[in-house]
Every structure is written in structure tokens, then in C-alpha cells.
Ligand binder design. Sequence first.
Ligand code: TXA
Ligand code: MG
Length: 285
Amino acid sequence: MELAEAAARLRAGEVIAFPTETVYGLGANALDERAVKRIYELKGRPATSPLIVHVSSVEMARGLVREWPAMAGELAARWWPGPLTLVLPKQPRVPGIVTAGLDTVGVRMPDHPIALDLIDRAGIPLAAPSANRFTQLSPTTAAHVREAFGDAVPVVDGGPCKVGIESAVVSLAGPAPLLLRPGTLDLGPMDTAAAPDGAHASPGLHEHHYQPRTPLLLTADPPSGRGRYVRVADLAADPEEYARNLYSLLHRLDREDLDWIALEPPPSGPAWAGIRDRLSRAAKK
Ligand code: TXA
Ligand code: MG
């Protein structure tokens, strides 16, 4: 689908899928309650999971939040456009359905020319979760989106995503910055949210997200039988390349009807934190 058509559909309150540098998003007008409701329906996502709102400028982000602390300015100047979501107190114009009833909203400026152009053309901020069905693997190509949604969702094809795992989510709504979800950026030392029990400070922290259908094992000692064992070095020479290739690998192996997929545990260290986080959630418990 062409950008002009995608922008027109968004303005008309429809849901479309579009590329970002991290994963494809399932987007709709963040200020249109009915359009956002359709995202939840398509994904099969519980209404307790808040959505990230994508913007094409700092001004657009500031129009969605009540406060823009110095730290927000610093982080945005350093990392936007890029794979960083900032959680801040929301303005009343952001519908409660976007934030799952929370008083905060996650905002992010994606580092992808198509995403930025689309937001500019539509002239509206876009609420967009990853364009997969609830609990399944995030899509890093237009083909992944079509596998999940078929003809139900038109897709703007921007090729494979260059980052490959979802953005880091940082809350600036409390007294000190809090890392709710690690990504690929080295944000320096920061407190990390513990996995919530019951409450949903960040539902992305819940277990059983990002799962392939085939049981995924994180082990250097794979079982025998019909499976595939993938070492870190088989996939990538560094964490950036690993993140870029990970979901494509899992989508591909998931179609092979295996009894298991075993991945060698990734190294420790901050550069691998986002990858370790996604793999530990995707792995069979
Ligand atoms: O890279 C990404 O972040 C991708 C692309 C499309 O931008 N989006 C994405 O969205 O991964 P989703 O819906 O799959 O994950 C959103 C994450 C969840 O962990 C959610 O809890 C957190 O962001 N989040 C969003 N709004 C929040 C809020 N107000 N407070 C706390 N966490 C929030
Ligand atoms: Mg997701």
C-alpha cells in the first residue's frame, strides 16, 4: 500500500500496519477512541495493555503529555528518532483506551523514514502495538504481518526492520527514571522494574509474551529428536545483528513443524539485556 493511501485510511479511523526500525506496528489515530478499539480487537489483546503512541516530532510528543521534565528532553535529544519509549503523565486528550486506563502515556519517535513520513502525512499521532496477535512473535517483515492478519490489515512494506526487537521503555513518571522494558540502547545505569504481580506497570513484563508456537528452549544442551539447535554465533557476530535476525529466525523455524527450537543462551552484559529479556519470555517454562 502506498503512503498516501495509508495516511488517508488512518485519518478515516482505519487500522493499518507500518514499518518502524524495531518491529512492524499496528497503527491507528491515537486520538480516536473507536480506531484504537479496533487495534485491540484485531490483536486479541486485553484492554489492560497500554499502547505506545508514535510521533514525528518532540512537539507532537509534548502535545500528548502534561509534563516534559529535563530528563525527557535529554533522552529525546540523545535517542530520538530511535528505539526508546518514554512514559509520562498524559494529557486528557489522550483517550483512556490508549493507556489502558493509566494516567501515563508511552511516546516514541521511530527511526524509520516511512513511519515518520506517514505520521506527518496523516498529521496525527499513531497508537501502535507490535503487529502480531496477542502473545505471539513480533513481526519484522511485511510478510510476517500478512501471516498474522491476512487481508484484514493493509500493510505498508518498508522491508526488514533494522533493529529487530522492540523499543526500550523508560518511565519518567516517578521520582527517578525506571526501565520498564530493556531494548537495544545502552541507557546507562537505571533502576529496573521488577516483573509486576497483578498490577500492570508495564504489561510487556508479564510472562508468556513474544512466543513462537514451537516450544523454545534456552539451553546449550539441546535434547535429541526433531528440533533445531542454534548457537549465538550461528545467528550473529554481535548483539545488534542478533536482535536484527532473531524474530525472523523464530518465524522461519516456527513454520518447520519441529518438536522444539533450542537457542544457546546469549552472553551476559548490558548489550544483550534486551535479547535476554525477550528470550526468557519466549522460552518454555
Ligand atoms: O518497538 C516498539 O516499541 C514497537 C513498535 C511498533 O514501536 N511497539 C511495541 O508495542 O512493542 P507493544 O504494544 O507490543 O509494547 C508496548 C510496551 C508494553 O510493554 C507496555 O506495557 C509498555 O510499552 N507501555 C506502553 N504504555 C505504557 C504506560 N503508560 N505505562 C507503562 N508501560 C507502558
Ligand atoms: Mg508486542
